[in-house]
Design a binder for this molecule. Structure first.
Ligand SMILES: [Zn+2]
Length: 470
C-alpha cells in the first residue's frame, strides 16, 4: 500500500498532470474500471463492430500509464551485431543500513511498487531515507516534503541528473527497499556503464603500454558479471559492489584508458565450449596460477582453471615479476599469532573459542603442483586444527583489525622454537590473491611486451575463445 503524506505544491501539480485523463479528472483505479465498461447496448452485437470502441476506451484509459512507463524507464540500450541488446545489471551498493541520504543534481522521479508515482522533484536536492519494518520514509530537501510507502521504491534521475550516495555518483537508477527496518540500495544500469566503473578499481592504471591488459580485464569482468546475472536472475541483485564480486564505485576514479578499454571490447565475452567462462582473476599469481580444485575444493572444477606457469613465451621470464608484492614476508611472535588464531579459527572452522587453547606451532602439511600450500596444521594446548585451501589466508591473517588476510597461499614458514612452542614465526611468500584465472600483473607485463588482449586471455584461460555477446 502506498500513502503520500504530504508533497510540495509543485510536485503535487506535476503528479496530477501525469495522472489526469480528459476533462482534468484525476486518474484512479475506479476511473479506469469506469472507462473500461462496454458502451450501453453493445452486448450481443457484432463483436468486431464493438471492439474498436472498446479499444478506444482502453487506449484512452491506459494512456497515462503508458506515458509513465515511457518516462520512468531507462533509455533502451543499443542492439549489437548479434541482435542481442546490452543488458542491465543490478548492483547491490548498500545493505542493512539504518538511514541513507541520496543526493541528486537535477530532477528525479520516485515511483513506488507497481509504477505508482510517489513524488518527483525539480532541481538539485537530497532525499533522506529511513525505514521501519518494510516501510520506507522519505524526507526531501530542500522542500521538506515527507512521504512513506511499503515495498520497493525506484529513484529515477532525469536525463541531465545523477544520483550520488556518500559523495559517490552512480549512473542509472536506484531501487530502495527495507527488510526488518534495514535499508538496501540496488543500482540498476547498463552493464557497459557498470564496467566503466569497475575497471579503474579492479586494475588501476597500467599506463598506455598496458592497454591490452585493460582490454583483457574488461572482457574478464564482463564475462564474470554476465555469468553472475544468469546465476542470480531470481535473486534481488546480480553482483555486490565490493571485492566479494567486483569493486564498483560509480563514476569515481574513471579515466580515459579504462573507459576506452571497456568501449573497445563492448559486448565481448570469454567462452569455453559455448558456455560463459567463470572468469576469476587476482592481483598476482607469484609465478604460477592456481588450480581451482585446490583453492576452492567445494566449487565446480573447470578445464581452463587448472593452473599454468606464468612465463612469457618470448622472453621466457615470469610475466608478473615486476609486481611490487611478487615476493613478500610477514613475521609474528608466537604470542601475536596465538591472538590471531583465537579470533580466526573459530570463525573459519566453526569451533567454539573456548576450545582453541594456547598456540604452540604451525606446520605445512601439503602443497599443490603450483607450489601453493593446500593444507596446514595448527597445534595448540587443546589439540590439532587442520585448515585447507584458500581458507588458510583467512586463518593466518596479517592484520585482523584492518581485515588484511595473508597475501597468498604460495609461502614457506620458518620458526624459532622454545621447547615445544614456536616463539617466532616468519612467513615468506609470493603473489597476491587466490591465483585462479588471470594474473592481473602478469597481464600488464604481457601487454607491455606487445601481446594482444586475445593472447593474454588465451594464456590464462586455456582453450577459451573471445566471442561477441551483443
Ligand atoms: Zn602471474
Amino acid at each position: 500500500m502506498t500513502v503520500v503524506l504530504h508533497s510540495g505544491g509543485r510536485e503535487t501539480k506535476a503528479l496530477c498532470r501525469k495522472w489526469a485523463l480528459k476533462g482534468g479528472k484525476p486518474f484512479h483505479k475506479g476511473a479506469l474500471q469506469e472507462r473500461m465498461r462496454l458502451p450501453k447496448g453493445a452486448r450481443g452485437k457484432n463483436p468486431l463492430l464493438r471492439t474498436w470502441k472498446q479499444w478506444l476506451f482502453i487506449v484512452a484509459a491506459l494512456l497515462p500509464v503508458l506515458c509513465l512507463i515511457a518516462c520512468t524507464s531507462v533509455p533502451p540500450t543499443r542492439r549489437g551485431p548479434t541482435g542481442k541488446r546490452e543488458p542491465e545489471i543490478r548492483v547491490l551498493l548498500l545493505e542493512e543500513a539504518d538511514e541513507v541520504t541520496i543526493d541528486f543534481n537535477g530532477p528525479v522521479q520516485v515511483t513506488a511498487q507497481g509504477g505508482f508515482p510517489l513524488f518527483d522533484t525539480e532541481g538539485a536536492g537530497s532525499i533522506d531515507v529511513s525505514a521501519q519494518q518494510s516501510s520506507l520514509y522519505f524526507r526531501q530537501a530542500p522542500s521538506g516534503s515527507v512521504s512513506t510507502t511499503d515495498g520497493e521504491v525506484v529513484i529515477n534521475p532525469g536525463k541531465q541528473s545523477m544520483l550520488s550516495i556518500r559523495g559517490v555518483s552512480y549512473p542509472g537508477r536506484i531501487v530502495v527497499s527495507a527488510t526488518a527496518g534495514r535499508i538496501s540500495l540496488v543500482n540498476i544500469l547498463p552493464i557497459e556503464t557498470y564496467l566503466e566503473g569497475v575497471l579503474p578499481h579492479e586494475m588501476g592504471d597500467p599506463g598506455p603500454h598496458g592497454y591490452a591488459a585493460l582490454q583483457a580485464q574488461a572482457i574478464a569482468a564482463r564475462t564474470y558479471a554476465l555469468a553472475k546475472m544468469r546465476k542470480r536472475r531470481y535473486e534481488r541483485f546480480d553482483v555486490v559492489a565490493t571485492v566479494m564480486d567486483q569493486l564498483y564505485r560509480g563514476t569515481e576514479g574513471a579515466y580515459r584508458l579504462a573507459t576506452g578499454a571497456a568501449r573497445d571490447t563492448r559486448g565481448r565475452v570469454l567462452e569455453y565450449q559455448d558456455e560463459l567462462v567463470r572468469a576469476y582473476y587476482s592481483a598476482c599469481c607469484g609465478g604460477h596460477t592456481s588450480d581451482i580444485r585446490r583453492v576452492w575444493p567445494e566449487r565446480e572444477p573447470a578445464a581452463y582453471l587448472t593452473g599454468i606457469r606464468d612465463i612469457d613465451g618470448i622472453s621466457k621470464k615470469t610475466c608478473c615479476r615486476e609486481y611490487r608484492r611478487f615476493r613478500w614476508r610477514h613475521s609474528f611472535s608466537g604470542r601475536e599469532l596465538g591472538q590471531i588464531i583465537r579470533e580466526t579459527l573459530p570463525r573459519e572452522l566453526g569451533i567454539n573459542e573456548d576450545n582453541i587453547g594456547a598456540f604452540r606451532d604451525v606446520r605445512i602439511l601439503e602443497r599443490s603442483a603450483s607450489g601453493r600450500v593446500t593444507s596446514i596444521e595448527i597445534e595448540t594446548s587443546k589439540g590439532l586444527f587442520r585448515v585447507q585451501g584458500d581458507r588458510i589466508r583467512w586463518v593466518l591473517m596479517i592484520d585482523p583489525e584492518n581485515n588484511q588476510i595473508l597475501p597468498s597461499t604460495m609461502f614457506d614458514i620458518s620458526k624459532s622454537m622454545e621447547g615445544n612452542t614456536a616463539s617466532f614465526v616468519s612467513i615468506t611468500g609470493g603473489g597476491n590473491g587466490h591465483g585462479v584465472g588471470m594474473c592481473q600483473s602478469g597481464a600488464i607485463g604481457m601487454a607491455k611486451q606487445g601481446y594482444t588482449y586475445q593472447m593474454i586471455l588465451s594464456h590464462y584461460y586455456t582453450g577459451c575463445r573471445v566471442k561477441k555477446e551483443y
